[in-house]
Design a protein around this ligand. Structure first.
Ligand code: TRP
Ligand code: ZN
Length: 880
């Protein structure tokens, strides 16, 4: 906990480490009342440092120091200084062994950083700075060492003892205890260290690599989860094959392990050879996990596996470079998911996340560049900007270089930097060197925060047959950054004639065989592009595939959007046009009288989607999702949430009434007879069916109600069961709602991952998630303050998804969140700092809401003993 002003860390103050650690020898004695950690470090002066014979400084956090020895000699008390967060040894030789013994209490560790206990097992989380909670160590990623780890524990309670690398020795000890020793041959930063001890079942498989090596694949889970491993294991094997095929990356150790843990701050962690997962991101069966969960698991298993190269073999020099590994790895997992399913659908999902949540982050008080230049608490920088925008930045490099040169750049990067801790600049340099392209201006994407805006205007010169497009780029000011330079941006587009035919894009009058899609490169503040040889003014299809993470402003007419929605050869932009049309219609109704007529062309367009089964059904399933409230808020200047909610509901109800019979037909047409499988076709079918159901219940349709109740009862998979449950929960059929919620809990109460879904379907519902109900969920036997998933399922779902509930006019939603954040800050600061996010957007809302949000933030600010995690977020949000 904080005692004085937290300190800001600056990239400009980076210095190479004064000492390096070549080898780490660890011995863990695990007990019920604590753990003793014996660490021996082989240390030497860093030849690249100018610190000379400076004192040795090691990081520590919440450690009880038992002894320190140098080259085997126990040090006297005046030879070192234990400052709590730092161990300083004043005089050390050029090269030496330092042995440190510390005592820690995993059973009381509720922050879930370092070594802690989760449902009876010991596990670790060391990224970013958790290793210092285990023992004193230079806890920074540019110190890479070989680890040897001996784990000792009770043999009955903890039969499985795991760490990184290969098991090299094991045996029995006195008092029914045993040990296993692990050795990791690859030097790694301490944030990739992991240890697991528990009573776990093992699931085995094998993978033969491209060079013919057999890799032992193992999953470790609690016995009750033994039948929920198959999907993750299959996903792992697909990931391993894909990384060989697409990036030429082969796995390097002989064994690869995955462990599922119930209490976990994030999704999963890429520890070398021993990935640790949040149970909800790895365990699945068709009865307990939805299609969305199956797809998320596949993506996260891939993400963590891909880190073995992009993150572990080549790691980050310092935490300002976090996007070096995260941005690149998110791009890699997105490519993988696209290859496993539908490219267009995956792109729609990613663009939606960017435009809804990352753009909001980038326009808020915590806005930061992909490579930040300062932070107070690094845990607060595991953001959508680092991950998702970081991935978009690497994707743009790929777009600019083309597939082949990008692969050359990636090969060069891995070859040149294997075993090193490097910077985002090193990554870009490898791309430049392999391709011969100059990316100096492109580097601004890493340095400047804020979402660029492209203002597009067009005119047609009928006499010359020339279509002229003007594109102006501007980047808004963000905290600490003004007057930004234009960024090098790939801008993909096409032009359509009045029949929807793709026109050749001739940049000069005599160009032959011009392509029908181009990637224009924007480098200046303003560009004029001329397209020749056109008979009529075309309809532009702009920023295809979301070719850059920017906002595009162009004065689309509704006719143009309707036209693009049904004719654009690019599926992504067909979806985009539909979204823009729906946004325009909803926005025009915000704050208008209830009897304002609704544009009938919207109904016609949606009827076409619901009835024409010759269309790509996966795309249709996406196109039928109206823009979310969160997205509408992001687009608004001063958001009035109840008015936005009402306008969106009106459109939804209007469509549902007009299309009622078509929805019933769509529901019946998409009834599935075949065995459950997570194929793009089946996923689309279930999604369409559940959308039809949801829409029917929004208008209290009696047949819809019967269909929902039957689907709930007869479902053989969670997607169908949850679809029906959600539709009923969001309907006005109150007694049905209570009945199915009860039934659902009775059925699944012993399965935490399903109970999480049960909590969040209620807390996120504007109908079922009234504040008293949400408070009652916090008192429910299934709720657990120490479990981040449960906290997110109730408090996170309420504040992040139940927007009418959270933005209640009396400010009660804000006070509720402030109260829970304060409570959580004492338990788990990382989670508290994440949960407070919705309040930090206070400047975005209409004045009445704004002031109440601000005072809720002040409540949190004034809490005594505030963690530096929450301190940073709250102070930055209240600044100026
Ligand atoms: N490196 C992890 C990933 O992206 C992220 C992560 C997992 C993490 N657990 C964490 C980051 C705890 C900070 C704290 O896959
Ligand atoms: Zn990652």
């Amino acid at each position: 906990m904080r005692t004085n002003q937290p300190q800001t860390i600056y990239l400009s103050e980076y210095r190479v480490p004064a000492y390096l650690v070549d080898n780490v020898d660890l011995r863990f004695e695990l007990f019920e009342d604590g753990a003793r950690v014996h660490s021996t470090l082989a240390i030497r002066r860093n030849p690249e440092s100018d610190a000379g014979a400076a004192p040795l400084e090691l990081d520590g956090d919440s450690l009880v120091l038992e002894s320190v020895a140098l080259n085997g000699e126990v040090l006297a008390d005046d030879a070192f200084e234990d400052r709590g967060d730092r161990l300083i040894v004043n005089s050390v030789p050029e090269q030496f062994k330092l042995s440190v013994v510390t005592w820690i209490e995993p059973q009381n560790n509720t922050r879930l950083e370092g070594l802690y206990k989760s449902s009876g097992m010991f596990c670790t989380q060391c990224e970013a700075e958790g290793f210092r909670c285990i023992t004193f160590f230079p806890d920074r990623p540019d110190v890479m060492a070989r680890f040897r780890t001996r784990v000792e524990a009770d043999k009955t309670a903890y039969p499985v003892l795991l760490s990184n690398g290969n098991p090299v020795e094991s045996g029995d000890l006195d008092n029914d205890r045993h040990f296993v020793t692990w050795e990791d041959p690859f030097p790694k930063p301490c944030y990739l260290f992991a240890l697991v001890a528990g009573d776990l079942v093992e699931k085995r498989d094998t993978f033969t690599t491209c060079s013919g090596r057999d890799i032992d694949l193992r999953m470790y889970v609690e016995p009750r989860n033994a039948d929920k491993c198959a999907h993750a294991m299959d996903s792992l094997k697909r990931s391993m094959r894909w990384d060989e095929d697409v990036y030429g990356r082969e796995y390097d150790l002989d064994i690869f392990m995955i462990v599922a843990v119930d209490d976990f701050n994030m999704g999963a962690m890429e520890n070398k050879g021993l990935n640790i997962f949040n149970s909800s991101c790895v365990l699945a069966s068709k009865e307990t996990a939805t299609d969305v969960a199956f797809q998320r698991i596949e993506a996260i298993v891939a993400h963590e596996y891909f880190h073995n190269w992009s993150g572990n073999r080549v790691t980050c020099r310092d935490w300002f470079q976090l996007s070096l590994k995260e941005g690149f790895t998110v791009l890699r997992d997105a490519q993988f998911s696209a290859d496993m399913g539908s490219d267009t659908v995956k792109r729609i999902e990613d663009a939606t996340l960017m435009r809804t949540a990352q753009f909001a982050e980038d326009a808020g008080p915590m806005s930061h560049p992909v490579r930040p230049s300062s932070y107070i608490e690094i845990s607060n920088f595991y953001t959508l900007t680092i991950y998702e925008k970081g991935a978009e930045v690497v994707r743009m490099i790929r777009t600019l270089l083309g597939e082949d040169l990008f692969r050359k750049g990636s090969d060069l990067y891995f070859e040149r930097h294997d075993g090193q801790a490097v910077t985002t600049d090193d990554f870009v340099k490898a791309m430049e060197d392999a391709s011969g392209r100059d990316l100096s201006q492109f580097r601004l994407w890493y340095e400047q925060a804020g979402t660029p805006v492209l203002d597009v205007a067009d005119e047609f010169d009928a006499e010359r047959g020339v279509y002229r497009l003007t594109v102006r780029q501007s980047i808004p000011d963000t905290p600490g950054q003004t007057d930004k330079q234009p960024q090098h941006t790939p801008f993909a587009l096409g032009l359509l004639d009045e029949h929807g035919k793709a026109l050749p894009l001739r940049l000069s009058a005599n160009e032959q065989d011009a392509p029908v899609e181009r990637v224009l490169e924007l480098t200046d503040e303003s560009h004029v592009f001329e397209f020749h040889g056109l008979a009529q003014k075309p309809t532009p299809s702009l920023l295809r595939h979301f070719s850059a993470p920017v906002r595009v402003h162009y004065p689309w007419t509704r006719e143009q959007l309707l036209f693009l929605m049904s004719h654009d050869p690019d599926g992504f932009n067909r979806w985009d046009a539909g979204q823009r049309l729906a946004v325009d219609v909803i926005q025009s109704l915000v704050g208008e009288p209830k009897d304002t007529p609704l544009d009938s062309r919207l109904v016609t367009a949606y009827r076409h989607l619901v009835t024409d089964s010759s269309l790509d059904q996966a795309l249709v399933a996406k196109m039928l999702q109206l823009p979310s409230e969160a997205y509408l808020i992001e687009l608004a200047r001063e958001a009035d949430v109840p008015a936005i909610h009402a306008a969106r509901e009106r459109v939804l109800k209007h469509l549902a009434i007009a299309l009622r019979d078509d929805l019933v037909a769509c529901y019946r047409r998409n009834a599935s007879g075949e065995d459950y499988a997570v194929t793009p076709e089946q996923v689309a079918r279930r999604s369409l069916r559940n959308t039809a159901l949801a829409w029917l219940l929004v208008i209290n349709d009696e047949e819809g109600r019967e269909l929902a109740l039957r689907q709930y009862r007869e479902a053989d998979n969670m997607t169908d069961r949850m679809g029906a449950l959600r539709a009923l929960v969001n309907s006005d059929y109150e007694s049905d709602r209570e009945q199915v919620l009860d039934d659902f809990y009775q059925r699944f109460q012993t399965d935490p991952q399903v109970v999480e879904q049960w909590l969040s379907v209620q807390a996120s519902s504007p109908v079922a998630g009234q504040l008293p109900k949400v408070r009652a969920l916090l008192e429910h036997e299934a709720f657990d303050w120490r479990n981040p998933n449960k906290v997110r399922s109730v408090i996170g779902a309420f504040a992040g998804q139940n927007l009418p509930g959270f933005h209640a006019v009396d400010g009660s939603g804000y006070d509720f969140l402030a109260e829970q954040v304060c409570r959580l800050d004492d338990i788990n600061p990382q989670i508290a700092a994440r949960l407070v996010t919705p309040l930090t957007r206070w400047k975005k809302f209409a004045p009445a809401y704004r002031s109440q949000m601000k005072s809720a933030l002040e409540q949190v600010r004034d809490k005594s003993g505030l963690s530096k995690d929450v301190y940073e977020v709250v102070h930055k949000s209240l600044a100026d």
